[in-house]
Design a protein around this ligand. Sequence first.
Ligand SMILES: N[C@@H]1[C@@H](O)[C@H](O)[C@@H](COP(=O)(O)O)O[C@@H]1O
Length: 242
Amino acid sequence: MNILTFDSDAKLNEAAANIIIGQIQTTPRAVLGLATGGTPVGIYKQVVKEFERGMFSFRNVTTFNLDEYVNIPVDHPESYHSYMKSHLFGQIDLPAAQCHIPDGNAADLAEECRRYDEAIELEGQIDLQLLGLGHNGHIGFNEPAHALTKGTHIVGLAQETREANARFFDSIDDVPKQALTMGVGTILKAKKILLVVKGADKADIVKSSLQGPITTDVPASLLQTHPNLIVLLDNAAAGKLA
Ligand SMILES: N[C@@H]1[C@@H](O)[C@H](O)[C@@H](COP(=O)(O)O)O[C@@H]1O
């Protein structure tokens, strides 16, 4: 595990963006796993800024998002489809057919999960998986549980997660109760994982994820087993590491 800490948000975003861009530039048909939430916003902004300088293209890139809410209209401003369109996809030259996000409105959600896993498998392997971290240690929407699921599946969102995401909605009642998420097995199969965490409110969960026991109660702790994990933290998020 390679942990890097940063004293400014701008430097952290730049470092993360450079890793993503480097992957695109060095892998002929790069497959990226992408994340949503507050953390990657500045990273995507930096990627778009560099893209606009014309140094690289997304034409041969394929992307798979980690998750999507169930039963939220695709064009709802807080759907992850809308998020990706406004923060990244709408501003780069990535062909629409090459960006994949689970369909939380599919008539048969279990079938949609199978379809999503098959689409990932068809590409072989995710070259670089970008991850944020939930306050309870969730990655994607893999919430703490007695056992974790390998592939894409339907999850009930933890109350804590819905409360954390209520800031994006008018009220907590509007936060969907379920989501589709890539499984921990798929996440761990990525060739390289880039975990980005910001803020003092995540310092405790960063410590237990990276230096605590490996347990399904802290899904991110399984990342300790990955052979190629890069962790980018701001000083506040790194504050409790030994
Ligand atoms: N499903 C997403 C995760 O993919 C994200 O990493 C995490 C942290 O989000 P944030 O970066 O807003 O703290 O929670 C969200 O609910």
